[in-house]
Design a protein around this ligand. Structure first.
Ligand code: 4GX
Length: 253
């Protein structure tokens, strides 16, 4: 996949894409991230990219002209058709499902807004989709673009090691991840769930699914409500609930 990012801070986006799993995916040729600075497409001597809002009010907006020319240049840099995405709190919430959907496209162009945003006419004509990474306000779209690139990059075929396999992720089955433990076996902070050192792989698998179900029930009931649990999953969750309530009774007397 090819990702072109339109940003006033190209070194920030490039830096993000150079490290970790995404950095390695770039080295392996699985994804390429190219940044484009609209300031280089500004046509006046001051390289102006912002203007004051009509109707008044505080702050500045990004001008149509430089952004439009930057998008055109980015699109022209490769053959494949590109989906243009604007990152903003007004967009539809980014989910793992959306990440999976985008991860199989050949090309994305990510538009990062600064200031109070972008002239609405540019969004109407040049942007295919508006996405939000969450209900909070960043100072620019760059971090949101980096989040999207990271989530998409790790899903590219060959980006993860076997050990990291995306199939085991939180949300891959719509559930939260189970707890994990590593050495030492004995520690003053606590002991291990005994099943994890039992060598009984079926029992371990069952325990992990039960913890995933239980945690999702406790922490994200909204996720669980939209799922269709089969009979064995419902039984596992019921086991978790009974143990959870029993432990609560013990603690509260
Ligand atoms: N998920 N931001 C966009 C500029 C802006 C301001 C007002 C439209 C209207 C964000 C998010 C996010 C900060 C990116 C404001 N655009 N992006 N930027 N949350 O907070 O994606």
């Amino acid at each position: 996949m090819r990702v072109d990012v339109i940003t006033l801070f190209p070194e920030f986006v490039d830096g993000c894409a150079r490290v970790g799993v995404v950095g390695r995916a770039q080295e392996r040729g699985l994804i390429s991230v190219t940044s484009w600075n609209p300031r280089e497409f500004a046509t006046d001597n001051y390289h102006t990219v912002d203007g004051r809002p009509y109707g008044g009010g505080p702050g500045m907006l990004m001008l149509i002209g430089p952004l439009r020319d930057t998008i055109a240049a980015a699109k022209a840099a490769a053959e494949a058709p590109a989906k243009v995405i604007y990152l903003s709190p007004q967009g539809a919430r980014l989910t793992q499902r959306k990440v999976q959907e985008l991860s199989v496209l050949p090309r994305l162009v990510l538009l990062c807004g600064r200031y109070e945003g972008v002239d609405e006419r540019l969004l109407d004509h040049e942007v295919d989709e508006e996405l939000s990474i969450g209900d909070y306000v960043l100072s620019g779209g760059e971090l949101a673009a980096a989040v999207l690139i990271d989530a998409i990059g790790r899903l590219q075929e060959g980006a993860l090691n076997d050990a990291q396999s995306a199939a085991q992720d939180s949300f891959s089955e719509g559930l939260l991840d189970c707890p994990h433990y590593t050495r030492p076996e004995q520690h003053e902070l606590g002991t291990l769930p005994a099943v994890l050192i039992s060598g009984d792989h079926a029992a371990i698998k069952r325990w992990r699914l039960k913890q995933s179900l239980g945690r999702t029930w406790l922490r994200r009931p909204d996720l669980l409500a939209r799922m269709q649990l089969d009979k064995s999953a419902r039984a596992l969750l019921e086991e978790f609930r009974l143990e959870y309530f029993a432990a609560q009774d013990k603690n509260t007397g």
